[in-house]
Design a protein around this ligand. Structure first.
Ligand code: SAH
Length: 221
């Protein structure tokens, strides 16, 4: 998984990817740009060669350090909720395998992504496929703190289960911005979409139920 050397992306992989995109359409994903990004990215590059077929099933999968690569539907759903526009600056919390970061980067925008686990952060640094996306900037740190130096952001996405809405991230969201995050505990989470209006007032929308690995405080060496 996340090999340093390029891997093959053949007609079989591409065919499986088309089927996956069809599945996502049937499950209600409508944003054509998001679907095209998923069709463009070889998800099997992110998994061990033994799991090439599973890479194109619509489910989450274990990667390293007890973490997971999110389910394609979840990636598509969260990305669609962000309503990405040209020139958006997006902050992602929970780089993990960097699959979600690549989906965002494929939309042609600036992506800032934070991972709290050093092992995963270093691992992803070796991944050949990321060279394709100079518009992704990776950081090792605690997502609860955000990235004050690069704030404010047009969009923020959290890809781990947040115990509450992180106040510093709300601060780092631009007026007119959108933040999408699962909030809850280890029994399950609700997807929330936070929108900040031009006056800085925040509104919350509660969406479906999801299950993510926990968002933890602090960095892990
Ligand atoms: N977006 C990833 C899925 C990530 S799984 C993908 O596409 O593969 C959630 C990730 O969030 C894990 O890697 C976990 O280590 C990380 N994480 C948890 N709490 C965090 C925090 N406070 N700051 C940054 N990353 C965090």
């Amino acid at each position: 998984m996340l090999h340093s050397k390029p891997k093959e992306d053949n007609y079989l992989h591409k065919g499986l990817r088309k089927q996956l995109v069809q599945t996502l359409r049937e499950k209600g994903i409508k944003d054509e740009k998001v679907l095209a990004a998923i069709e463009a990215i070889p998800r099997h590059f992110f998994l061990d060669p033994a799991f090439e077929r599973q890479a194109y099933e619509d489910r989450a999968f274990p990667i390293t350090a007890g973490q997971t690569i999110s389910q394609p539907y979840t990636v598509a759903y969260q990305t669609q909720l962000l309503e990405i526009k040209k020139f958006d600056k997006v902050l992602e919390i929970g780089t993990g395998s960097a699959y979600q970061a690549c989906v965002l980067a494929e939309l042609g925008i600036a992506v800032f992504t934070i991972e709290r686990q050093k092992e995963l952060y270093d691992f992803v640094g070796q991944f050949f496929f990321l060279k394709k996306y100079p518009n992704i900037k990776r950081f090792y740190g605690d997502g609860f703190e955000g990235l004050p130096t690069y704030a404010p952001f047009d969009k923020i996405i959290i890809t781990a289960a947040a115990p509450f809405i992180p106040p510093k991230l709300v601060e780092q969201l631009k007026p007119g911005g959108i933040m999408v995050l699962p909030v809850g505990d280890d029994k399950g989470q609700k997807m929330l979409r936070i929108t900040k209006d031009k006056e800085g007032k925040v509104q919350e929308e509660e969406l479906g139920n999801f299950s993510f690995v926990p968002m933890l405080e602090g960095k892990n060496k």
